[in-house]
Design a protein around this ligand. Structure first.
Ligand code: SF4
Length: 61
């Protein structure tokens, strides 16, 4: 599974980090980045992607 954050869309709300902290973190620029593509269960990663208000997270199976 490939997880991508579109940094141009991300508004740094932190929701994905709260849901899947093993996969996402906020960078020093305040944007989400992927630290480990399988850092959480796929369900949690999908939940994080669906919870992103600006649809910045895309998942390739
Ligand atoms: Fe960025 Fe979306 Fe994560 Fe919020 S949920 S930090 S907007 S990628």
């Amino acid at each position: 599974m490939k997880v991508i954050v579109d940094q141009t869309k991300c508004i740094g709300c932190g929701t994905c980090v709260a849901i899947a902290p093993g996969t996402f973190r906020l960078s020093s620029q305040g944007k989400a980045e992927v630290i480990e593509p399988v850092g959480d269960t796929s369900e949690k990663i999908k939940e994080a992607a669906e919870s992103c208000a600006v649809e910045a997270i895309s998942i390739e199976e």
